[in-house]
Write a protein that binds this ligand. Structure first.
Ligand code: OOG
Ligand code: NI
Length: 496
């Protein structure tokens, strides 16, 4: 039998090779990795086992997300085949055209593993954006036509790479000799090209949107950034700042607060000028530079339920409002904004994991405790009571996805031109999740469904173990229950 390289092994090795490639191309990324490792080592030393509550240190150390940008439905469908070969599937739909004030004319999804075991093995995910040239808020009919002509002439992924991808999908991996070829072609496809960039064309697009120019102004694609995960992003921010690396103003996502990490916090250092070759309008080939690629870092928290997500969105609105009020007295600094955010969160969100379970704000898996406090049949099938009485324990499920507002913030803070954005009324096609699904030809997973299924499976297992027909969320409101002393907040935390 020929030795096979499994899809998960292809994924882990692809992530490793991209990281080596990006470190060679963008030296500041290598510095960021170094600082990330220092931060993680410090957190592990300080917090011990609890540092690994949201993933083993081995997982977190290897963990990256990439970001790529493509131009057409054909291109994103090809990207989908290459990632499917590595066990990465499209999850979620992000419309950054609406999430941003500046011109970000793309819609996006994230390709990632979806099974618990696959995520634990290597969670590599790639935020993948596709240009929408039909959107009249950004592009005229004429520019759309010329863009489409330009894009239809380029080939990002060779037929050989795509056919190897299809074989890896069909056979759940590749013979090891072919795996090497596949990995080489896949990694090379995201290398920064030294083909001359047509200056006139690039600049025309840049006047509309830097993102459009980065995607449609060049003949190939490249990895835009590769993001390591840290266990303390505030510490990382301070350390990078102290090294004189220019960071964007803020950490995106939830503020630092007194409760457990939730969802996703991200920050980045500013896009750096990289040498590129240009073809000038008079035909001369010159050396110049472009500022499109940057370094991002993130810390991941617990996945929020739809209820938790709605609360998060509502608190964002309230933070914005409070910041607006405060700014009537003078400019509000990033630090002040963080303080305002933290105050609101501390007041409105339960500060313990148990509180998050009780109010159904975040996803957990549940398991039976080996030595429950009492013997025999548990008295109830209610989850809160089982937790309180020590029959069952909860483990948080880590958030594996992205946040549209943060993604838009990261895009925007790295744009060299603001670009223009007209009004919405003349958009041609509804570029929505159904449309994206049709283009990819495979289901676009809903992140909530994936987390909910993981949680439900663990509850079914608990029920089987305890010989209960099913586990139900207790219907008594948590705060009426004297056993919830560790929940620091009254029920008014949530407006339901
Ligand atoms: C993608 C920006 C979004 C994130 O982590 O939210 C993103 C891009 O710049 O192409 O990567
Ligand atoms: Ni990113």
């Amino acid at each position: 039998m020929t030795a096979m390289t499994k899809q998960r092994e292809l994924r882990a090795e692809f992530a490793r090779r991209l990281s080596l490639l990006y470190g060679r191309e963008v030296p500041a990324y290598a510095a960021l990795l170094q600082v990330s490792q220092e931060v993680n080592a410090a957190v592990l030393a300080e917090r011990g086992d609890t540092a690994e509550r949201l993933g083993s240190i081995a997982r977190v150390t290897a963990e990256r997300h990439g970001a790529i940008r493509v131009g057409t439905p054909t291109e994103i469908a090809q990207v989908g085949r290459i990632f499917a070969a590595m066990g990465m599937h499209p999850v979620g739909f992000y419309d950054l055209r609406d999430a941003a004030d500046k011109a970000v004319p793309v819609v996006s999804t994230a390709f990632r593993p979806i099974d618990v075991e696959e995520l634990a093995y290597n969670p590599f995910r790639v935020f993948t954006s596709m240009l929408v040239p039909s959107d009249r808020r950004f592009f005229t009919v004429d520019l759309q036509k010329r863009l489409n002509t330009f894009l239809s002439r380029r080939e990002l992924f060779s037929p050989e790479l795509l056919s190897l991808a299809d074989r890896a999908i069909a056979d759940h991996g590749l013979p090891t000799s072919d795996a090497e070829r596949f990995l080489k072609l896949a990694t090379d496809a995201f290398k920064l090209s030294n083909e001359p960039v047509d200056r006139g064309w690039y600049e025309e697009l840049e006047r509309v949107s830097s993102v459009a120019a980065d995607i449609g102004g060049v003949g190939s694609t490249h990895i835009n950034h590769l993001t390591p995960r840290v266990l303390d992003i505030d510490d990382l921010y301070r350390r990078m700042d102290a090294q004189g690396i220019e960071m964007i103003d803020a950490i995106q996502g939830p503020p630092r607060w007194s409760g457990p990490d939730l969802l996703l916090r991200q920050t980045s250092f500013r896009a750096l000028a990289e040498p590129r070759v240009f073809r000038e309008p008079d035909g001369r080939v010159t050396e110049g530079s472009l500022r499109v690629r940057f370094g991002e870092v993130e810390s991941r928290g617990i996945a929020a339920t739809p209820r938790g997500r709605a609360l998060f969105d509502q608190l964002n609105t309230e933070i914005d409002q409070r910041v607006r009020e405060a700014s009537s007295g003078g400019p509000v600094s990033a630090a002040q904004r963080t303080d305002i955010g933290a105050a609101i969160w501390n007041e409105r969100v339960p500060t313990t994991e148990r509180g998050l379970v009780d109010e159904d704000l975040a996803y957990f898996t549940f398991e039976c405790v080996d030595n429950p406090p009492r013997r025999g049949q548990p008295p109830t099938a209610g989850l809160r009571t089982l937790l309180r009485d020590g029959w069952v324990r909860a483990r948080p499920i880590v958030y594996e996805d992205f946040l549209p507002k943060s993604a838009a913030g990261i895009f925007q803070s790295n744009l060299t031109s603001d670009g223009g954005k007209g009004n919405a009324s003349t958009t041609a096609v509804p570029a929505d999740s159904t449309w994206m699904e049709g283009i990819l030809g495979v289901p676009l997973h809903d992140p909530h469904d994936l987390y909910a299924a993981i949680q439900a499976r663990s509850l079914a297992e608990v029920a089987r173990h305890l010989r209960l027909p099913m586990i139900v969320a207790d219907d008594a409101p948590a705060a009426n229950d004297a056993g919830y002393a560790d929940t620091a907040h009254p029920p008014a935390n949530v407006d339901a």
